[in-house]
Design a protein around this ligand. Structure first.
Ligand code: NCD
Ligand code: ZN
Ligand code: ZN
Ligand code: ZN
Length: 352
């Protein structure tokens, strides 16, 4: 058995669905899933019902997370059509999330004046994180240059997008990006078999898109799950929502890539530890370690996952590499299939 200690691993893009979507996930179940996946802190997205767009909704969310989260957390404020004038940075807010394209939920900004207003008014010390597919990613990069401010591109998935990120970085633009595991390990070929379960935004790409992400790994700053749980009934309905769960499978899939020789182990640490902290600017949770067994082979199964939705687009995939235990602030919070952290033991990340 080859066990190994990794530092605190952080997922900078998750949807824990509180408030308003607790039949899909809640802070307790979602953070249990995080710990089982070797993740000790999560950054939660604002597309809730109601969306997180002001001081009141932020206060509610801080209350909910403080009572039930089992791992550490922080939030993104949502950019709405009318909250640019008085941006709420507030406690525990890592950045502004701007949805430039349609995805799950109504939170979206699509008019040029509104988008410009956000680029003007959002405090410069915190990044703007954008859901920006295809041409929208070029718009977001252009605005970041024009307003001279930091941009983070969420779930980059296409060859052209990652090439654009490379070019922007070479030109000195202050831009970072993340890639989701389903875009690293699945393609539209898998989507044919998975049907509506594979529906996600951005959609799974071609083989060529997938290869471009791997060959441009050095311009990718972080891997983030975009953990977006929906119930199996919802996914199999006539109008399936987009989004796939991922908190518990990101690290095993990356470790499997390590065992296949496709990814150096140091890259796993860069993409889930150093990258996240550098992009979003927070202090690492104290005394946090993730112990993994690099030799353990196991099939990924939806049943038995801690996420409420209890399914995975990686069903049946054999992976080598498993989370053994997780500790935070000196206490063991996960051990061999058991989540030991109690609801409310997670803390807000200390932002820099
Ligand atoms: C996400 C969700 O379900 O909240 N869905 C998705 O397809 N990725 C929203 C998002 O991240 O765009
Ligand atoms: Zn460190
Ligand atoms: Zn998105
Ligand atoms: Zn998302």
């Amino acid at each position: 058995m080859a066990t190994l200690d990794l530092p605190a691993l952080i997922d900078i893009h998750v949807h824990l669905r509180e408030p308003g979507g607790t039949h899909k996930e809640d802070f307790s179940s979602g953070t249990a899933a995080a710990l089982a996946g070797g993740i000790v802190a999560v950054l939660d997205m604002p597309n809730n019902t109601p969306p997180l767009v002001d001081e009141d909704t932020l206060g509610d969310k801080i209350g909910l997370a403080s009572r039930s989260a089992r791992c550490d957390f922080a939030f993104y404020m949502g950019a709405s059509t009318d909250n640019a004038a008085a941006p709420t940075v507030g406690p525990h807010v890592v950045g502004l999330k701007m949805y430039l394209d349609e995805t799950y939920g109504p939170l979206r900004v699509s008019s040029l004046p509104t988008v410009m207003a956000h680029f003007k008014s959002w405090p410069r010390n915190r990044p703007i994180a954008a859901h920006a597919e295809g041409l929208s990613s070029a718009i977001a990069i252009g605005l970041a240059q024009l307003y001279d401010r930091r941009l983070h591109l969420c779930h980059v998935s296409r060859k052209a997008e990652i090439e654009l990120v490379r070019r922007a970085k070479e030109k000195g633009t202050s831009i970072t990006c993340e890639v989701a595991p389903h875009h690293l390990f699945l393609t539209e070929e898998d989507a044919k078999e998975l049907g509506s379960l594979a529906r996600t935004r951005p959609p799974l790409g071609t083989q060529e898109d997938n290869e471009a992400l791997w060959t441009n790994l050095e311009v990718i700053d972080a891997v983030a799950s975009d953990h977006a749980p929906h119930t199996i009934a919802e996914k199999q309905s006539d109008d399936p929502p987009s989004g796939v769960p991922g908190l518990e499978t990101t690290l095993p899939l990356l470790l499997n890539a390590v065992s296949e020789g496709r990814l150096p182990l140091e890259e796993v640490v860069r993409l889930l530890h150093d990258g996240p902290a550098r992009i979003m600017g927070f202090k690492m949770p104290k005394d946090a370690h993730v112990q993994v067994d690099l030799d353990a082979k196991w099939p990924i199964r939806g049943e038995g996952l801690f996420t409420k939705c209890a399914w995975t687009p990686f069903e049946g995939m054999m992976v080598k590499g498993r989370v053994r235990s997780v500790s935070v602030r000196g206490a063991v919070v996960y051990q061999d299939g058991k989540v030991l952290a109690i609801p409310g033991s997670g803390r807000p990340l200390v932002l820099l």
